[in-house]
Structures are given as structure tokens and as C-alpha cells.
Design a protein around this ligand. Structure first.
Ligand code: SF4
Length: 290
């Protein structure tokens, strides 16, 4: 049986640079706080916690003073930076440059919408860290929509600037945008007050094609991801629709021998938050149970 890891699988550059920053800090310090999981992958979080990274939430941050806190690739709202300043906390900022740029654009969009009485709308997962950071750019006034059902929250008689969380499915975003356009036009707007920004990360949207192509080269696909990774769940569902014998696993212990019956080749891939070392560990497990 041939077992191979997808060549392009592994962390995206945003996550790589966040982890590099953590490792660099922990070479000189015994401990570092991180606001939320550095990456949506429990195995990697566990590895970094052994090096001294402690995950905290915003409530815990409020109790800390005169220390260092890491902000992960998802970014944070302005209120977090204000809290850090108040408590003399040094921020080690690993916000991904793509997310940072999006935060700035959402801020600009918000200021413009405010001037003309419009709304900023963000397509994303309610409560997701990146979405919280984006909504924070709008004084918490942006409308968050997770599906077409949520579009009723928007007033289509007013100007709209629509953005997406960086890790959403581009197909779903397109379909949502079509519905927004339809509803907007049916309100007989003649001016140019609907702006749709394509803010899905290129790394995420190109992964779909690469992954489907890779899955076509194997009989069974093991997709490695934490269930809390939106990018991971999106890519897994995409693969599952394309190849029935696609299995979602998060660690080597999840691999089942029966999946490999009548199988000549196994592919291993993962989300932009799945470490390469974990896929290699799973590859070893497949070799040993085969
Ligand atoms: S998925 Fe894209 S936007 Fe998100 S951290 Fe990775 S590179 Fe940055």
C-alpha cells in the first residue's frame, strides 16, 4: 500500500510565523501567555504548552498586569489593545498580515458607511476570534451573518459593505453574495451603495483545488484537523463530497485498520492549522498497522 502526505499540506504562513514567534519568546522566557489557542489544533497546542505557552481568555487577561501576552494570527479587537495598555501588558502581536489588512479595510468601510447611513456586514462564524476582531473595528456595530437565513438582519434599503471572514468557503460566500445582490436590487437601488469585498484568504481558497487534485490520486484520504478549525471543517466536507472514503482524524490513535481494506493507496492531508509533524506521525501509524 502506498502512503503519502500531500506535498502542499501544512501550516499557512500566518500560523508558521505565529508559532515561530512563540518559540522565539520561549527560548528566552519560561512562560508566555497566549490569548486563545494559538492554532485550532489540540496536538500543536499541547506541544507548545509543554514549552511554556499558557492559553488564557480575556477574563483572565483582565486580572494580569506587567507581563507579556501573545495575540495569535486571528487578531483581536481594539479593546484588547486598550486593556493591555491599561494593565501594562506587552503585546507580542502575531496577527496575520492578511487579517490585519482586512481589519484596516473593515475600519475604513465602517467609517464610510457611518457617513452615509449604511451598514457593515461580515460573513463569518459568530463568536469566532477573527470575527470578534473584525466586529471590534466597527465599534461592535457590524452585522454578522453566518448563512442566508441571517440576511433578514440586514436593511436592504440602506447602503451595505459586505466582507467575509478569511477562512470561509468561497463557494458559500459567492452564493450568499448572489442572494445579497438579488435582495439589494429588488429594493430598486439605483446608486452605487452596495460594496462586496472578496476577503477570503488566497491560501484557503487555493487549498480546495490542490486538495481535490491530491484526493484523486489515492483510494483513501485521511484528513487531519481539529473540529474547531473552520478552515479544516470546510476542507474536510469538500473532500468528503468528492471522495466518499475520506476520514476526519485528529491524532494517530483515530486511524482504523478497516479503512484500508481493498485499498492500494492512502493520502494524508490537513487544514492550514494542521502541523506537518502530526501528519508524519499518522503516516508512521498507517505503515505500522498495514
Ligand atoms: S489562513 Fe490566511 S489569513 Fe488565516 S492565518 Fe493563514 S495566511 Fe493568514
Amino acid at each position: 500500500m502506498i502512503i503519502k502526505i500531500e506535498p502542499l499540506a501544512g501550516f499557512c504562513f500566518g500560523v508558521v510565523s505565529a508559532i515561530n514567534l512563540v518559540e522565539k519568546e520561549l527560548r528566552d522566557n519560561e512562560k508566555l501567555y497566549c490569548l486563545g489557542d494559538i492554532v485550532h489544533n489540540n496536538m500543536e497546542v499541547e506541544r507548545l504548552s509543554k514549552l511554556g505557552l499558557e492559553v488564557i481568555d480575556i477574563e483572565r487577561m483582565k486580572t494580569l498586569k506587567d507581563t507579556k501576552i501573545m495575540i495569535r494570527a486571528h487578531g483581536e479587537p481594539p479593546s484588547t489593545y486598550a486593556l493591555a495598555k491599561e494593565n501594562n501588558i506587552e503585546i507580542i502581536d502575531a496577527t496575520c498580515p492578511i487579517v490585519l489588512k482586512l481589519q484596516q479595510n473593515v475600519r475604513k468601510g465602517y467609517l464610510r458607511m457611518k457617513e452615509i447611513g449604511g451598514q457593515v456586514v461580515i460573513y463569518g462564524k459568530k463568536g469566532h476570534a477573527e470575527v470578534v476582531g473584525l466586529v471590534g473595528q466597527t465599534n461592535n456595530e457590524a452585522i454578522v451573518v453566518s448563512s442566508k437565513e441571517d440576511l433578514d438582519l440586514i436593511n436592504f434599503e440602506k447602503p451595505i459593505h459586505l466582507f467575509s471572514q478569511t477562512t470561509m468557503s468561497k463557494e458559500d460566500y459567492k452564493s450568499l453574495c448572489d442572494e445579497v445582490l438579488l435582495r439589494y436590487n429588488s429594493n430598486n437601488k439605483t446608486n452605487n451603495d452596495l460594496i462586496i469585498t472578496n476577503s477570503i484568504c488566497g491560501k484557503v481558497s487555493s487549498r480546495s483545488k490542490e486538495l481535490i487534485e491530491f484526493s484523486d490520486t489515492v483510494d483513501v484520504l485521511l484528513f487531519v484537523s481539529g473540529k474547531n478549525s473552520s478552515n479544516g471543517m470546510y476542507l474536510f466536507n469538500l473532500c468528503k463530497e468528492h471522495k466518499e472514503k475520506t476520514y476526519l482524524i485528529s491524532k494517530k490513535e483515530d486511524v482504523k485498520k478497516e479503512w484500508f481494506e481493498d485499498c492500494e493507496s492512502v493520502g494524508i492531508s490537513g487544514a492550514t492549522s494542521t502541523p506537518r509533524w502530526l501528519m508524519e506521525e499518522i503516516m508512521q501509524e498507517c505503515i505500522s498497522i498495514n
